[in-house]
Design a protein around this ligand. Structure first.
Ligand code: ATP
Length: 514
């Protein structure tokens, strides 16, 4: 199946099976805002639990908080968001569509990359085993020509972004002859800066009201609570503060379903360390976070680091963990070495001392910070895309199955009476009453067993049990596995231990190499 088709199918599957709905759908929706349905919320909660427990339970020196969405507006002055949390936007006069100028140029760079890779792939096919890829890249005139164009564009783009030279960004778009994908024309407006923060008013009277912002990241809630947590928790450096919460960005172009939303959720951890140790900790957190992703079993080849060449003014190292989505490798998580920028800024703007007294050194300093920041929704999307599968069965039918890691699946066990009578429903409910304290179970008695299996496959339920007349005699059931469709007869009393080993977040955490 073409990757584009996979993505379309995932989007419609999310809707059809109660994972993700467009927000306010009966009013025709609201751009880039989505709601999670009955299965989506379970999957999302499991992702959050996996992250939270891997941070807070697995590390003695990491604790969590839950700070508010509304914060004092000066916080966003101090953090730099009021002045600099901007994207360069450009409109096409014919289609009236708005784009991010930087994204248009990055897409153009990706086109050069694609051309180069196509050339290399063609040559690989042509030369077979004898193919020397490195040599080919160095000597093929066509590859060299495209690489030169790509590198020159990349350099020009980096320079323009570093200086935030809006005229130059527009000129690049014109010189590269980039067209609007809707109108197909090059009738572009000027490039303008657009601040991504949502504003609202707090206070009941016009005079006394103040403009506040919906937080565009959860991190600042951690920084402004650094002293509270450090003192009340008697935390010693190095230590971390973790938080999961909503963030809001008025994204210019909202594309690709839940990949870029205006209201989304982040899982962030700020790790406070001694200045000078940041590059070691940065390296360590890169490994720890990559191990967390790869522990889901989606294959190491689907992940890569993308180190930032252009660093934010406060960072001295930054990387993204990218996942191979159907629309290419895309950022799911950012890991940043933020120096002492945030705490120093808050010290300056609040006038309060924000330091750490190091008892071993006998001196105080402003801690440095390593941040790990992952979007719940992007993680959700990567899990859905990787798990969606259409299988051709021997009888010619197609089976749609979500091969979710069992620990993330919304429903762990479906219990089905073979028929809706003669005591079978009651027996099935007895099994659920026993197991529902341990994991999420679902009762299903409608339609044929085959249809019920398919329904559970489509939402990724790893186990189904069927209660039949033998069950009433010997307390055994048929246990059916989602991935292999294998069935075996097991005792009801064994169900809990068989399933629990596979479906709990604990089972996933135990596999993690810390
Ligand atoms: P991008 O370059 O894609 O806009 P970013 O670099 O601005 O992302 P960060 O500010 O580093 O993102 O945010 C950390 C994480 O939050 C990202 O890795 C991503 O998973 C998530 N995230 C950021 N913006 C959005 C959004 N609009 N919708 C969904 N998730 C988002």
């Amino acid at each position: 199946m073409a990757q584009e088709d996979v993505f379309k199918k995932v989007v419609s599957h999310c809707k059809e099976y109660g994972f993700v709905f467009p927000s306010s759908e009966i009013y025709d929706g609201l751009g880039a805002v989505y709601d999670y349905g009955q299965n989506g919320v379970e999957l999302k909660n499991n992702i959050k639990q996996y992250w939270w427990q891997s941070m807070v339970l697995m590390h003695e020196n990491i604790v969590g908080i839950d700070s508010s969405v509304f914060m004092h507006p000066t916080i966003w002055k101090a953090s730099g968001h009021v002045d600099a949390f901007n994207d360069p936007l450009i409109d096409n006069r014919d289609s009236k569509k708005r784009y991010r100028a930087d994204v248009l140029i990055e897409d153009q760079i990706a086109k050069y990359d694609e051309k180069i890779e196509k050339e290399v792939a063609k040559a690989r096919k042509r030369f077979g085993e004898a193919f020397d890829e490195a040599k080919y890249r160095e000597t093929s005139p066509r590859v060299l020509e495209e690489t030169q164009k790509r590198d020159a564009l990349h350099q020009r783009y980096s320079d323009a972004m570093n200086k935030m030279d809006l005229e130059e960004l527009r000129q690049i778009i014109l010189d590269e002859q980039i067209v609007c994908p809707i109108s197909g024309t090059r009738n572009w407006t000027e490039v303008r800066q657009f601040n991504l923060m949502f504003k609202t008013e707090m206070g009941s009277t016009a005079d006394a009201s103040m403009t506040i912002y919906l937080r565009p990241e959860t991190a600042q809630g951690i920084f402004v609570n650094y002293l509270n947590v450090q003192k009340t928790g008697r935390m010693k450096i190095p230590f971390g503060i973790a938080q999961i919460g909503k963030a809001f960005r008025n994204e210019i172009v909202a594309r690709q379903f839940i990949f870029r939303m205006r209201e989304f959720e982040q899982m962030e951890m700020q790790f406070f360390i001694k200045p000078g140790t940041e590059l070691d900790w940065f390296k360590q957190w890169k490994q720890t976070r990559m191990a967390w992703h790869q522990n889901l079993g989606f294959g190491a080849e689907n992940y890569r680091f993308h180190d930032h060449e252009k660093l934010a003014h406060y960072a001295n190292a930054a990387t993204d963990i990218e996942f191979k989505m159907p629309f290419g490798f895309k950022e799911v998580e950012g890991i940043h070495s933020r120096t002492d920028f945030d705490l120093s800024q808050h010290e300056k703007f609040s006038g309060k001392q924000i330091k750490y007294y190091d008892p071993e050194l006998g001196e105080s300093y402003t801690p440095y910070v390593i941040e790990t920041s992952i979007g719940v929704d992007r993680m959700f999307l990567s899990v859905m895309c990787h798990s969606y599968c259409e299988e051709q069965l021997e009888n010619g039918e197609t089976r749609v199955v979500l091969r979710l890691p069992a620990a993330l699946a919304p429903v762990k066990l479906a219990v089905m009476p073979l028929v809706k009578k003669e005591g079978l429903p009651e027996k099935a409910r007895q099994i659920i009453d026993d197991l529902k304290f341990h994991f999420n179970c679902q009762y299903d008695e409608k339609d044929s067993i085959g249809k019920r299996y398919r329904r559970q496959d489509a939402i990724g339920t790893p186990y189904c049990v069927t209660v039949d007349f033998d069950t009433l005699q010997d307390d055994t059931v048929t246990l059916r596995m989602r991935d292999t469709m294998e069935q075996r007869r097991v005792k009801i009393s064994e169900l809990r231990s068989i399933i629990e080993d596979e479906v709990t977040i604990t089972s996933l955490l135990k596999k993690l190499k810390q």
